[in-house]
Ligand binder design. Structure first.
Ligand code: NDP
Length: 296
């Protein structure tokens, strides 16, 4: 356990261990999230990051189980490969097709996707609820899948999925429509945003365009689009204000970056591992530590 008050690390034979597996893991902020949580929640737990080569994920997860690891996070590029190593996959994680959190059971690790809950809690903290909303999702990759299934799960009224490769938008729209049992998703090519009927909507930016160091680009740059964005959420968190967010503000809308989503996906995992709940005050402490580390 890392003691924030006097910077002491206290680890003994009872300390629980959680890890992140990915490749690379050098830049991850997850250890900061979880070790801060352990400190403020008073749990005897440490969290470390381990680089695992593609093709070796099953062996790594089996080894982690035998070593008594309490829980794992899984990041790029292992979120799909890891599913072969699990005793079960949560329904919504299976639908999304990606697992980022492993929870220990008596039979092995079970896989979950906490990105979807991280996104929901980040949006709620900005006063945005998906239920009944018109939502425009930019992108159809892994992160966009979490966005689209959140819209299906929480009953958005209408969802447009715009992607450069329209076949991926079509596949995702069909999957969410089948999952939610009603036809809420419409796929569109990226440049067909003018065919969106609604005059005001929430936009979720889930492409990799605008990610540091390519900070001056947005996936749509037409200011007319942004005049209709009531609230814009960029899943990218570096830089803190992306080109997409600047365009949303210029169009008169409010916006936020993806740092809170990153934090809340970690908090959701931490809550599952420790059978606890993290309150707003504790989340606020984690967020200030995280902001300082992400943008220093
Ligand atoms: P993927 O590689 O799975 O998807 C990338 C998406 O970006 C695809 O829709 C792709 O379109 C689109 N794209 C890439 N290049 C271009 C381009 N030149 N023009 C138009 N579209 C483009 O990545 P992820 O979904 O995993 O991640 C997307 C972003 O979300 C990343 O920047 C990541 O950092 C962020 N993220 C943030 C999280 C958080 O907690 N805040 C969690 C997860 C992700 P196409 O299908 O046509 O290739």
């Amino acid at each position: 356990m890392f003691d924030l008050t006097d910077n002491k690390v206290m680890i003994d034979g009872n300390t629980k261990v959680c890890i992140l597996i990915g490749n690379p893991v050098g830049h991850t902020l997850s250890p900061l999230i979880h070790n801060t949580l352990a400190s403020i929640c008073g749990h005897d737990l440490v969290y470390a990051a381990c680089s695992v080569n593609p093709g070796k994920v099953k062996r790594a997860v089996e080894g982690a189980y035998e070593l008594g690891i309490l829980g794992l996070n899984v990041t790029v590029p292992h979120k799909i490969e890891v599913m072969d190593a699990l005793c079960g996959v949560d329904d919504i994680a299976g639908q999304i097709g990606a697992v980022n959190t492993l929870v220990r059971t008596d039979h092995g690790f079970k896989g979950y996707n906490t990105d979807i809950y991280g996104l929901e809690r980040a949006l709620l903290s900005e006063g945005v609820s998906i239920e009944g909303e018109t939502v425009v999702i930019l992108g159809a990759g892994g992160a966009a899948r979490a966005c689209a299934f959140l819209c299906g799960l929480r009953k958005a009224s209408k969802v447009y999925i715009l992607n450069r490769s329209v076949d991926k938008a079509e596949e995702l729209a069909t999957a969410v429509n089948n999952y939610s049992g009603y036809s809420i998703c419409t796929p569109l090519p990226l440049d067909k945003y003018e065919s969106i009927n609604e005059e005001s909507f929430v936009a979720l930016q889930a492409t990799s365009i605008g990610l540091y160091p390519d900070v001056n680009r947005a996936v749509i740059e037409d200011e007319a689009f942004y005049k209709r964005v009531r609230f814009g959420f960029d899943l990218i968190y570096k830089p803190a204000e992306t080109a997409f967010m600047k365009l949303v503000r210029r169009g008169g809308g409010e916006c936020a970056c993806g740092l809170k989503m990153l934090m809340y996906q970690g908090i959701a995992a931490y809550e599952m591992w420790n059978d606890t709940s993290v309150d707003d005050k504790q989340a606020g402490i984690v967020y200030s530590v995280l902001t300082e580390a992400a943008y220093r």
